[in-house]
Structure formats: structure tokens, C-alpha cells
Write a protein that binds this ligand. Structure first.
Ligand SMILES: [Zn+2]
Length: 271
């Protein structure tokens, strides 16, 4: 599943091809995505200029002169920039055909992706309005994390994976950040001291920042998100390393299931 770093990489990859261009035609080949694509979208989008591309959580917002497109890659979606004449393949669900002769093509075998449009502040769209801060924003820090976790009896790993608290911290990044901060995933959120919240917020920023950097270097003219984790395997400390030696202390990495997701941690480095 594309995680925040892959979505950021996709947004950065398509941005230079889209910004400043006009939509010659928006062709929807399959309306049945996670939510049905509005029937009036092609006519609405036609001949609008694209003013920018940005990411919010795991959504990509394409700003237009008179509104916006709100897109999600779902579980298996990817975006490619192709010459508009390129033959379509199975699971290609929509094309944003540009005046440059190129097209932004969306492919998604499982059809959990989405495409919405509208005008005004996209931030108040039902899919976005209840989301917490971006992990890489200044507003997300140790003070915020400490304040928000007081009285919360939920496990800290589940707390940081909840998008109301902070967006985009998927399973891999939650496990890796907790290891780097030296905190056990099953600790209750409100048991964390202020200094631990500072360490954890910093670890989340560092893990995601590193993954975004890799995403940006491994993908060039191919802009896509095929579910590859943004971190290189050799840089993972705990994720999917059950039974292997901890890179810091040599103890065997432990595995448990937490909230129906696999959790990995070191019993001696994390307290
Ligand atoms: Zn260890």
C-alpha cells in the first residue's frame, strides 16, 4: 500500500509535468473507484489551468484555476506521466490529458483509489477536515504529542497510527520510529514522559524524512507508487525482522500482533 513517502514522491514527480498546464480533456474510463467518480467531472475540468500539486496526508490535491481535484492512490494505485497517445492497459481508470501532449494516467488494479472535485477550501472536504497535523510540519512536535496523549489509555503505537492525532504514520514507520525513540509499542500513550514524546516526534520526522528522500532518488521519470517501502530494507531496524539480531544490541527482535497489525520491537532497547 502506498504510504506517505510514496505519495509525497508521486506528488513531487507529477508536479512539474502538471503545474501551469491546461487540462485538454479529463477521460474517466472506469467510474467505479472507491467512490463513484462524478459524471460531470470531465466537463467541469475541461480547459481549466492547473495551478499546483500538493500532498495532504495520503491524498494528492491538484489545484485548478476554479477548484481542485482530490485524489487517493488507494491500496494499489499508481500515477504515470505518459505521451497521451500511449495505449491504455487494464486497470487504467482515468487520464488527465494535458495541452503538452502528455497525460497523467491512473492505474489501480484493486480500485480503492478515488477522484473527487470541488471548489473552495479543499481542507473542509469530509475526507480531510478531521485529519491531524502533517508529521513533518512544525506544529507536530513533542509538546503537541505530549498534550494530545494525556489521558489516552490506548497503546502508543496505535495512537501515532491514528490520523486524527497525526497523519501518514503507517505500520512500518510507526514500528521504526518507536525503536529509534526506545519506546515499547504497547506502552499506553499517556505513560510517555515529555522527553519521550520529544524523542518520538523527532524519530517520526526522521524516519519519514529519510523515506521521502529515498523515494525521491529511486523514482525518476517514472512517477509511481507500487507499494515499495520508502526505506531500504537494510535500514530497517525492526520491521519484518522477527527473530533476527537487533542491530543495536544483538538481542532477537520480537513480534506481536497489535490492533490486527504486526508489531516488531527489541525487548532490551525499547522500554
Ligand atoms: Zn536491541
Amino acid at each position: 500500500m502506498p504510504e506517505l513517502p510514496e505519495v509525497e514522491t508521486t506528488a513531487r514527480g507529477i508536479m512539474p509535468h502538471l503545474t501551469g498546464r491546461w487540462i485538454r480533456r479529463l477521460a474517466v474510463h472506469e467510474r467505479r473507484l472507491r467512490w463513484p467518480v462524478a459524471a460531470n467531472l470531465p466537463r467541469w475540468a475541461k480547459d481549466q489551468q492547473i495551478t499546483g500539486v500538493r500532498r495532504r496526508a495520503k491524498y494528492i490535491v491538484v489545484d485548478l484555476e476554479r477548484g481542485w481535484l482530490l485524489t487517493h492512490l488507494g491500496m494499489s494505485g499508481s500515477m504515470l506521466i505518459l505521451p497521451a497517445s500511449t495505449a491504455r492497459e487494464t486497470h487504467d481508470h482515468y487520464d488527465v490529458i494535458l495541452d503538452s501532449g502528455w497525460t497523467l494516467r491512473f492505474n489501480d488494479p484493486r480500485r480503492f483509489g478515488s477522484l473527487h472535485h470541488g471548489t473552495g477550501d479543499v481542507g473542509i472536504h469530509p475526507l480531510l477536515r478531521d485529519l491531524g497535523p502533517e508529521p513533518l510540519d512544525r506544529s507536530f512536535d513533542g509538546d503537541y504529542l505530549h498534550y494530545m496523549t494525556r489521558g489516552k489509555r490506548v497503546a502508543i503505537k496505535l495512537a501515532i497510527m491514528n490520523s486524527h492525532l497525526v497523519v501518514g504514520v503507517g505500520n512500518i514507520y510507526a514500528s521504526e520510529a518507536l525503536f529509534r525513540a526506545g519506546i515499547r509499542p504497547e506502552r499506553t500513550a499517556d505513560s510517555l514522559e515529555h522527553v519521550e514524546c520529544v524523542a518520538l516526534a523527532a524519530a517520526i520526522k526522521s524516519v519519514l524524512g529519510m523515506a521521502i528522500e529515498h523515494g525521491g532518488t529511486t523514482l525518476r521519470d517514472y512517477v509511481g507508487a507500487g507499494g515499495e517501502p520508502g526505506l531500504f530494507r537494510q535500514e530497517l531496524f525492526v520491521y519484518e525482522r522477527a527473530g533476527e539480531a537487533c542491530r543495536q544490541c544483538g538481542a532477537a527482535i520480537k513480534h506481536k500482533v497489535q490492533g490486527q497489525r504486526s508489531t516488531y520491537f527489541c525487548g532490551s532497547c525499547q522500554r
